[in-house]
Design a protein around this ligand. Structure first.
Ligand SMILES: C[S@@+](CC[C@H](N)C(=O)[O-])C[C@H]1O[C@@H](n2cnc3c(N)ncnc32)[C@H](O)[C@@H]1O
Length: 240
């Protein structure tokens, strides 16, 4: 159940998404040294050009202690949306699979790979539904998951990127372990405004119970961003 401020925040995010009705090409500055140029954002896809969680996840992927977890290795961008995390990892030298439940997102991600002369496998399915057909294990999985608990809103396709109707996070944590190589890691962001404790979608709340060791980095994003306040970036590793 969303609080009133959370409900208002979801509406604000959805309204901002509705401004664009045609594909746009945006330059996304992720760090001082790393920029994605003419990155395509299609309508009905979580917009990485202004959503704070997309940029913070992409920025985390460029941290010097994170790059070695996927460079030269097999990486999975789960819930890829427009494909921002997958693109960053491709540019940094990973072999990447991208997957999303939304057809619009998978198409957008495919365009953001193919139109830039890169090669990656792009899938459309619920969590690991299509990934399992590859019969591959990954050294690294990133999932910028829906943070809020609640039913996606009818006729608001992007709401599925923000609202978890129940169990997406826990199913992901249960299944992800069997797709990780030994020593592999998962990176997940969380925006604490979306809730805390049991019933929230904070990965740290469930990680230990689901058999992961957790490393957390806390980030305070500027007040000028659409999702402002405190984020955590978690690195999860299955316990032996
Ligand atoms: C917060 S958005 C993140 C998008 C993109 N990774 C980014 O950072 O901009 C969450 C994404 O997860 C996808 N998603 C939601 N539930 C899913 C599921 N059960 N299986 C796969 N993807 C899912 C949504 O369609 C959406 O694209």
């Amino acid at each position: 159940m969303l609080t009133k401020p959370q409900d208002q925040q979801i509406r604000k995010q959805l309204d901002r998404h509705k401004v664009a009705t045609v594909p746009r090409f945006e330059d996304i500055q992720i760090t001082n040294a790393f920029r994605l140029e003419k990155f395509r954002i299609n309508p009905d896809v979580f917009d990485a050009s202004f959503m704070t969680s997309s940029k913070e996840t992409a920025r985390a992927l460029l941290e010097e202690d994170v790059v070695p977890l996927y460079r030269g290795k097999q990486a999975l961008d789960m819930g890829c949306g427009s494909g921002i995390a997958g693109r960053v990892m491709l540019e940094m030298g990973a072999e990447v699979v991208l997957s999303d439940i939304s057809e619009a997102a998978a198409k957008n991600a495919e365009e953001n790979v193919r139109d830039f002369g890169m090669r990656a496998v792009v899938l459309c399915g619920d969590l690991f539904e299509k990934v399992k057909e590859l019969d591959t294990k990954f050294d690294f999985i990133v999932f910028n998951h829906p943070f809020f608990s609640g039913e996606p809103i009818e006729n608001e396709p992007v709401s599925r990127a923000m609202l978890d109707p129940g169990g997406v996070l826990r199913r992901f944590l249960t299944e992800a372990k069997s797709y990780l190589e030994e020593g592999g890691s998962i990176l997940m962001p969380y925006w604490h405004f979306a809730g805390s404790g049991k019933g929230s979608n904070d990965p740290a709340v469930y990680a230990v119970e689901y058999g992961y060791a957790v490393k957390e980095k806390v980030i305070d994003v500027g007040a000028e961003t659409i999702q402002n306040g405190t984020f955590s970036i978690y690195i999860l590793k299955p316990k032996a």
